[in-house]
Design a binder for this molecule. Structure first.
Ligand SMILES: *[C@@H]1O[C@H](CO)[C@@H](O)[C@H](O)[C@H]1NC(C)=O
Ligand SMILES: *[C@@H]1O[C@H](CO)[C@@H](O)[C@H](O)[C@H]1NC(C)=O
Ligand SMILES: *[C@@H]1O[C@H](CO)[C@@H](O)[C@H](O)[C@H]1NC(C)=O
Ligand SMILES: *[C@@H]1O[C@H](CO)[C@@H](O)[C@H](O)[C@H]1NC(C)=O
Ligand SMILES: *[C@@H]1O[C@H](CO)[C@@H](O)[C@H](O)[C@H]1NC(C)=O
Ligand SMILES: *[C@@H]1O[C@H](CO)[C@@H](O)[C@H](O)[C@H]1NC(C)=O
Ligand SMILES: *[C@@H]1O[C@H](CO)[C@@H](O)[C@H](O)[C@H]1NC(C)=O
Length: 304
């Protein structure tokens, strides 16, 4: 059926086109959570404190610290805030991310007395409450990169590797708190051709025991939702972050200029429903690293 094949070829090319347009930004936004319980009135002293706080956060990132906390205002108009960049993120990208975060959190949460925003490269939060050194797991956000159930995700090796990584990372992230750049990574082979890469990081104001618990609780969320099969996932808490992927997402190059994609189009295989899985694999972190595309195997076939 030649017509059918031609149509499928068109669809195939269209898919590739869709893949090439979105992968451009360097700071990858995940989500923002604005408290609706506690709000302030625009143009009040609290608004001014918050403005000052956000500008202190974005100005201090130029001192090249991946973590910074500060306080502004007095009495009931006091605001506490911090930012944290992922430990492997180069300073230029950290500065860019914190810059985006301060602008976006102010415009997304114009009247919230408390908010948190997560990018792949950084998180930023503020509150009217003194929250430093308190381990907090809410609000939270989860990113799953689902691939249905391709062969690799059905293997014991995948779950063994994932388990081994996140058995170790709570301790490692807690131990790392004593270092100057406290984050932890671990990789494990899931099979001859697939390696899993995991990362865990707490805000460094936490005590070691709280960090360990935070990472363990966050990683436990993978097990709750993973089992449809996610080839990558992140769980983002206010106090810690965890992530795994099948590519070394945490090995940043030193450059930060936004790039156009230099990706490899990768075929992951067919599932048992003859659905093909494709992904765009980039050499460095850009937008959403792996774009998943599902195509019907029968459409590529020349058989009637
Ligand atoms: C952000 O989180 C909210 C609440 O959990 C959710 O409704 C929304 O879809 C999320 N946005 C994105 C971009 O994931
Ligand atoms: C809002 O307040 C209610 C009652 O005090 C509480 O149960 C809820 O968790 C609060 N929500 C947020 C987002 O703080
Ligand atoms: C806040 O102040 C600015 C200028 O000082 C004014 O333009 C704006 O209308 C005020 N907004 C509110 C909600 O009062
Ligand atoms: C950094 O933050 C402090 C307050 O914590 C503030 O006084 C200072 O102006 C900020 N900017 C720089 C560049 O350090
Ligand atoms: C930063 O956080 C620590 C707790 O980890 C706190 O003691 C300190 O006062 C905070 N610094 C500022 C400037 O708010
Ligand atoms: C507070 O007020 C200023 C204007 O003074 C405004 O630019 C800013 O976006 C307001 N909101 C926050 C969250 O800072
Ligand atoms: C993981 O796989 C790579 C490439 O196949 C291999 O070089 C390496 O030795 C393996 N590591 C372990 C711990 O098995």
């Amino acid at each position: 059926m030649i017509t059918k094949s031609k149509n499928s070829l068109k669809q195939f090319l269209f898919c590739i086109l869709v893949l090439t347009v979105t992968e451009t930004s360097a700071s990858v936004f995940n989500n923002v959570s604005c408290s609706s319980n506690h709000t302030f009135t625009p143009n009040t002293t609290f608004n001014a404190s918050l403005n000052t706080l956000l500008s202190h956060l974005s100005s201090n990132v130029t001192n090249n610290f991946r973590f910074f906390n500060t306080t502004s205002g007095k009495g009931s108009d006091t605001v506490y805030g911090l930012y944290m960049c992922r430990g492997d993120v180069p300073f230029a990208l950290c500065r860019e991310c914190v810059g985006f975060a301060t602008l976006t959190i102010a415009s997304s949460c114009p009247t919230s007395k408390e908010a948190v925003i997560w990018y792949n490269e950084c998180l930023l939060r503020y509150s009217y409450r003194f929250f430093f050194s308190k381990m907090e797991e809410w609000p939270r956000h989860q990113v799953n990169i689902p691939l249905g159930d391709p062969v690799v995700l059905h293997s014991n090796g995948f779950y063994t590797a994932l388990g081994s990584i996140f058995d170790d990372l709570p301790n490692q992230a807690a131990l790392a708190l004593r270092g100057s750049n406290p984050y932890a990574v671990k990789q494990e082979n899931a099979s001859a051709s697939v390696t899993l890469y995991g990362l865990a990081q707490c805000t460094p104001d936490l005590a070691a025991g709280d960090c360990k618990r935070c990472i363990a609780d966050a990683a436990a969320e993978f097990a709750v939702t993973c089992c449809g099969g996610s080839i990558g996932a992140s769980v983002l808490f206010p106090s810690c972050i965890v992530r795994y992927e099948t590519y070394p997402f945490y090995q940043h190059s030193g450059t930060s200029a936004p790039t156009t994609i230099k990706g490899k189009f990768v075929f992951f295989g067919f599932s048992n429903e003859n659905v093909g899985f494709f992904g765009l694999k980039d050499s460095r972190e850009t937008k959403r690293f792996i774009k998943v595309l599902i195509c019907d195997q029968s459409r590529f076939s020349h058989n009637p």
